[in-house]
Design a protein around this ligand. Structure first.
Ligand code: NAD
Length: 244
């Protein structure tokens, strides 16, 4: 049976991706910070006759990340697919971004990607097999207003992904970035309705994406056999010239 590790697997895009992979026959290890929602997703997968394990982790903590990966390997032997969806959003221009906020966003989104990818990649390179999908963002692909730290962190994820893809393409491991535009998840829940409809009206497709759409893209990228180092945009046309 194939095995997927999905960070951020207790909420939003990560949760939808975990449910989809489980539905398609994967054993799914879900990891995130909060134990209760993780346990709910694990139970939902098992109630639908899937196999899941839940692991609490802070992706900024190197030891905890290593432990997470070792636990999956110890219990299930290997990891075929990593979908790294853990991340945080932060709004602000560079002038309104305090140093603490900058550090937090870069640590979780960029350093977290480095730590999780490094820990999983070691095992994939040993097996000469594996596929990694890093969830970045359309604002990691093109600049955007009022998300300076977030955009910088996601731009870093895109280029880290491309560089790792080059380093490991000859070792049986594919590494791609998925760049969603705005998606309906807890991350975008706190937008006030007026701001949201204004944003939607600027999007070429006039709506936010759904987690089901993004999960399908993650599944596609994980299995797209001749694809590595790509940055797959699923943004309702946003970066073609929309609301960014
Ligand atoms: P979400 O808030 O529902 O999920 C974020 C997940 O990340 C949660 O499971 C949370 O526990 C986990 N997380 C946060 N910090 C962590 C840490 N330090 N250690 C471990 N886990 C941590 O949001 P979402 O919208 O599902 O976001 C998933 C990914 O998609 C993020 O990387 C986000 O930047 C990206 N994204 C979201 C949108 C959007 O509009 N929602 C658009 C583009 C990209």
């Amino acid at each position: 049976m194939s095995i997927a590790l999905i960070t951020g697997g207790n909420s939003g895009i990560g949760k939808a991706t975990a449910l989809l992979f489980a539905d398609r026959g994967y054993k799914v290890a879900i990891a995130a910070r909060r134990a209760d929602p993780l346990e709910q997703v694990r139970q939902a997968i098992e109630q639908a006759s899937g196999t899941a394990m839940s692991l609490t982790v802070d992706v900024c903590d190197a030891k905890a990340v290593s432990r997470m990966v070792e636990q999956v390997i110890a219990q299930w032997g290997h990891i075929d697919v990593l979908v790294h969806a853990a991340g945080v959003m932060f709004s602000g221009t560079i002038l309104s971004t305090e140093e603490d906020d900058w550090d937090r966003v870069i640590n979780i989104n960029l350093k977290g990607t480095y730590l999780v990818n490094q820990a999983v990649l070691k095992h994939m390179v040993e097996r000469q097999s594996g596929s990694i999908v890093n969830v970045a963002s359309d604002v990691g692909f093109a600049g955007a207003r009022n998300v300076a730290a977030y955009s910088a962190s996601k731009g870093g994820v895109v280029l880290l992904t491309k560089s790792m893809a080059l380093d490991h393409a000859g070792q049986g491991v594919r590494i791609n970035a998925l760049c969603p535009g705005p998606v309906v998840t807890p991350m975008t829940d706190d937008l006030d309705p007026e701001e949201r409809s204004q944003w939607e009206s600027l999007l070429p497709m006039q709506r936010f994406g759904t987690v089901a759409e993004i999960a399908e893209a993650a599944y596609f990228l994980a299995h797209a056999g001749y694809t590595t180092g790509s940055c797959f945009l699923m943004d309702g046309g946003n970066t073609a010239g929309g609301a960014l």
